[in-house]
Design a protein around this ligand. Structure first.
Ligand code: GLV
Ligand code: GLV
Length: 319
């Protein structure tokens, strides 16, 4: 008989692939609650989900007689209780590599938007404050000759380093939590986290969210950074104590921030982060190129189908 799959929203790319081989139930709406996920998963062997959908112990307990495969359309797996999944023999498909270029490009966009104050400058025009070309108006630090720190030097971090080379930065330094050196073709220098904080003109966070990185960027860490430093986060809001960041931006402990990720998501328009002129916030669109998102969707469906057939997935999370 055909396997049954719960899909947590109706606009995922790639779900036609599932329809050919399985019975799918699609959640009507964009964001099921935990109870709605549990209800949807009843009797299903697989779930197609995204980083919006928290699959925790309660959910896994509720569907423990049927669930075999989770396919998440994301590179991050911090929304999944994946260790428990492994204990219970539930396989997890995810979408690394496919989105590396898109996220690295978006990181470059945030670096430039923040350092060259693009949104602030655009807003000046909207406010009718463009009175003349003026010599020191809307100045910011350039990337040329800057020291750029990358916190979390994985595939995306390394691609950002490659792109930064073309901007002729002075030095690329990185730190990471997992052991072992990584090959890199850009001459990036490994330093410890303290040196990364102290030396970086731009500090880019591209780590995954886990026990080691949760709330790493707090008041003390911002205080270690240069007052001229620009902080960029394209990983997860949870790596930052956000109130400490807001405070650091208000008191000019650091110069500016560019954020693709926040706590919570979505943010409402009246959130204090959005009132800060030195903070660029965009709504978690790191991987949002047509190509990347379409391929992520297809891979998610293929991962699920391969997982259900007991075959190797395109990309399987192994911890
Ligand atoms: C995006 O944040 C992802 O995990 O794919
Ligand atoms: C800027 O537009 C310049 O001419 O310097």
């Amino acid at each position: 008989s055909r396997p049954k799959i719960f899909v947590t929203r109706d606009d995922f790319p790639g779900i036609e692939l599932l329809k050919e081989k399985a019975e799918i139930e699609v959640f009507k709406g964009t964001q099921p609650s935990k109870d709605e996920i549990i209800a949807g998963l009843k009797g299903k062997q697989a779930i197609y989900c995204s980083l919006n959908d928290r699959i925790d112990k309660d959910v896994l307990d509720a569907c423990k007689d049927s669930l075999k495969v989770i396919g998440t359309m994301s590179v991050g797996v911090d929304h999944l209780a994946w260790r428990l999944c492994f204990e219970r023999g539930i396989r997890i498909g995810y979408t690394p590599i496919i989105l590396t270029e898109a996220v690295a490009e978006l990181t470059m966009a945030l670096l430039l938007a923040t350092s060259r104050r693009l949104f602030e400058a655009h807003n000046e025009i909207l406010q009718n404050r463009w009175s003349s070309w003026s010599p020191m108006w809307m100045c910011g630090p350039g990337l040329h000759e800057a020291t750029v720190g990358i916190f979390g030097f994985g595939r995306i971090g390394q691609e950002v380093a490659r792109k930064l080379k073309a901007f002729r930065v002075k030095k690329i330094i990185y730190s990471r939590f997992s052991p072992g050196e990584i090959e890199n073709d850009v001459g990036a220098i490994k330093v410890d986290a303290d040196e990364l904080l102290k030396e970086s003109d731009f500090l880019i966070v591209l780590c995954s969210l886990n026990e080691n990185t949760q709330h790493f960027f707090n008041k003390d860490r911002f205080a270690q950074m240069k007052p001229s430093a620009i902080f960029i986060n394209v990983s997860r809001g949870g790596v930052v104590v956000q109130d400490d960041l807001i405070d650091a931006l208000k008191r000019n402990v650091i110069k500016a921030a560019g954020l693709d990720v926040t706590t919570p998501e979505p943010l409402k328009a009246d959130h204090p982060l959005l009132a800060l002129p030195n903070c660029v916030v965009i709504p978690h669109i790191g991987s949002a190129t047509y190509k990347s998102r379409n391929e992520m969707g297809e891979a998610t469906s293929q991962n699920i189908l391969l997982g259900l057939e007991g075959k190797p997935m395109i990309h399987e999370w192994k911890g």
